[in-house]
Write a protein that binds this ligand. Sequence first.
Ligand SMILES: Nc1ncnc2c1ncn2[C@@H]1O[C@H](COP(=O)(O)OP(=O)(O)OP(=O)(O)O)[C@@H](O)[C@H]1O
Ligand SMILES: Cc1cn([C@H]2C[C@H](O)[C@@H](COP(=O)(O)O)O2)c(=O)[nH]c1=O
Length: 215
Amino acid sequence: MKGLFLTLEGIDGAGKSSHIDALEALFKAQGRAVTRTREPGGTPLAESLRTMILEQPMDPLTESLLVFAARRDHVVRVIDPALARGDVVLCDRFTDATFAYQGAGRGFDPAVLSTLEAWVQAAPQALLQPDITLWFDLPPETAAERLAGARLPDKFESQPVEFFRRVAAGYAARAAAAPRFARIDASRSREQVWQQVEAVLAERGLVAADSGARA
Ligand SMILES: Nc1ncnc2c1ncn2[C@@H]1O[C@H](COP(=O)(O)OP(=O)(O)OP(=O)(O)O)[C@@H](O)[C@H]1O
Ligand SMILES: Cc1cn([C@H]2C[C@H](O)[C@@H](COP(=O)(O)O)O2)c(=O)[nH]c1=O
């Protein structure tokens, strides 16, 4: 069976992670093997880099290089082998996050990011890209309200709302340019958000219409 690469994207606090358990259950109920992972991270080396990226101040080029270094290790050790086995890879963030955060958020040159992407995601036929990207779209003010008090903010979560407006605009631009994006209105209740996720997967023929899984 052909592997399926599904990524979840959105600003911090958009509600992505709240649906990963249900996504895993949904695909497993269809008889699929699932590899769950995240970025930055997903391998011991990439998780070490994640700690640096999320905790230490650095300039946007350093940040971009570390994010792509982590991604290279992740792609080679986890994502490529899982897709070759025919797994569904559920990845909490991937390269769209780099264009949104380092590109739109930090103002770093997207042409340099595209070059790094080409090196890191090089594949025999074409660039490795997600088959589908669930984009959890939520106003930054609502995300900030949801995150307030929920956990200790990391380097990115401590950024002002203007930063997240730019990140959100970055995601919107990526989504407008690539049909693999499916916009999820993340301002709804958890149940309504999950219903949108299920509907999108069914519309795209990735799961059976009435799968029975619940968020
Ligand atoms: N639909 C919803 N309505 C209200 N609150 C929600 C909803 N979905 C998630 N939340 C809450 O919002 C907060 C952020 O959710 P979650 O951790 O899933 O977001 P995230 O996109 O994974 O964030 P991050 O990328 O920063 O880890 C959590 O406290 C979660 O319980
Ligand atoms: C992949 C990737 C991530 N980031 C940022 C986005 C988030 O603020 C954190 C990851 O935290 P999460 O709770 O696991 O979502 O990292 C980034 O700036 N660039 C990237 O490429």
